[in-house]
Design a protein around this ligand. Structure first.
Ligand code: CAO
Length: 265
């Protein structure tokens, strides 16, 4: 665990929505060395293994304008059941639907990349910013869950993450990962593939930005809810065109919620 002195979080100021640090700055007069241990030591190991994977990146932007109102309606219903409903269950479900068409992205290769195993279950990992640092629990068998059930499961994982109580059962057997760094900020990222998986997506902050309306011949510009996504994939077994086609489908499902609802389980 990183010491408090290394952590600097931000909060939104009531004045003009500025991002401010949560505490006043502390200036240290001399250098300090401390041991890297616990979860951070595990991160040293997993990230070193991950960056041995020859990978490529692919990015795009997604227009969530149609999804925003729908998510709000879903959130209000979910609240009746005591479930917090963010965008994440929809991103996760869209990924599972798209994975059904691209099983190579829900796969694992062995140590020397001699065999590939196509995983039957979509166990979608969620990169989580916890008091113990980065942890990646996964929602098991997303292909058989409703979005409300995905939300409920994410709530459970977040509660455990916040208490530092995530166990091996939730932290292992992931098959594909999403990292919503947009909850903190930023647009594009360069996510690092978990060593037992072949692809990961990083999600940026949803922003209201000017975009041309559907019929660009009118030249009309509208306020759109735009979000960037950055994928990384193992280039030994996944080619760029496959990743791009998967991303197109994921994006299309989120941009057209009616289409997505056709494939929901
Ligand atoms: N842009 C703008 N707003 C977003 C957003 C985005 N990309 N993603 C979520 N939000 C909103 C949510 O909808 C929610 O608002 P509402 O109250 O209106 O629902 C609010 O931000 C807070 O969401 P949340 O963080 O509680 O929940 P989540 O399901 O969206 O995300 C989790 C869960 C675990 C992904 C997130 O808490 C987290 O830890 N993100 C950081 C991941 C990370 O560190 N990645 C880097 C890995 S490499 O080191």
């Amino acid at each position: 665990v990183m010491s408090d002195a290394c952590m600097s979080k931000t909060q939104t100021s009531p004045a003009a929505g500025m991002l401010l640090p949560t505490s006043l700055p502390v200036v240290h007069g001399k250098d300090r060395t401390e041991a890297i241990k616990g979860f951070q030591k595990a991160m040293v190991k997993s990230m070193t293994a991950s960056l041995q994977i020859p990978h490529f990146g692919y990015c795009d932007e997604v227009d969530l304008t149609a999804l925003v109102g729908l998510r709000l309606a879903m959130k209000q219903v979910a609240e009746q059941y005591g479930v917090r409903f963010s965008y994440m269950p929809l991103f996760v479900k869209a990924a599972s639907i798209a994975l059904t068409h691209f099983p190579v992205l829900n796969a694992s290769v062995d140590k020397n990349c001699e065999n590939i195993t196509y995983k039957a279950s979509h166990n979608i990992g969620i990169a989580m910013d916890t008091p113990n640092g980065l942890l990646v629990p996964n929602i098991k068998a997303v292909q058989g869950r409703t979005v409300l059930e995905c939300a409920q499961e994410l709530n459970r994982l977040q509660q455990l993450g916040a208490k530092g109580a995530l166990g091996a059962a939730d932290l292992t057997h992931g098959t594909f990962t999403l990292s919503n760094i947009g909850t903190v900020g930023g647009t594009y990222a360069k996510p690092v593939i978990p060593p037992t998986e072949v692809a990961i997506g990083a999600i940026g902050k949803i922003q209201v930005l000017p975009r041309f309306k559907d019929n660009i011949s009118t030249g009309a510009v509208v306020a759109a809810h735009i979000m960037q996504v950055s994928w990384s994939a193992d280039h030994r077994v996944v080619d760029g065109a496959t990743m791009a086609r998967f991303s197109n489908l994921w994006k299309s499902l989120l941009e057209n919620p009616a289409l997505m609802s056709l494939y929901m389980k």
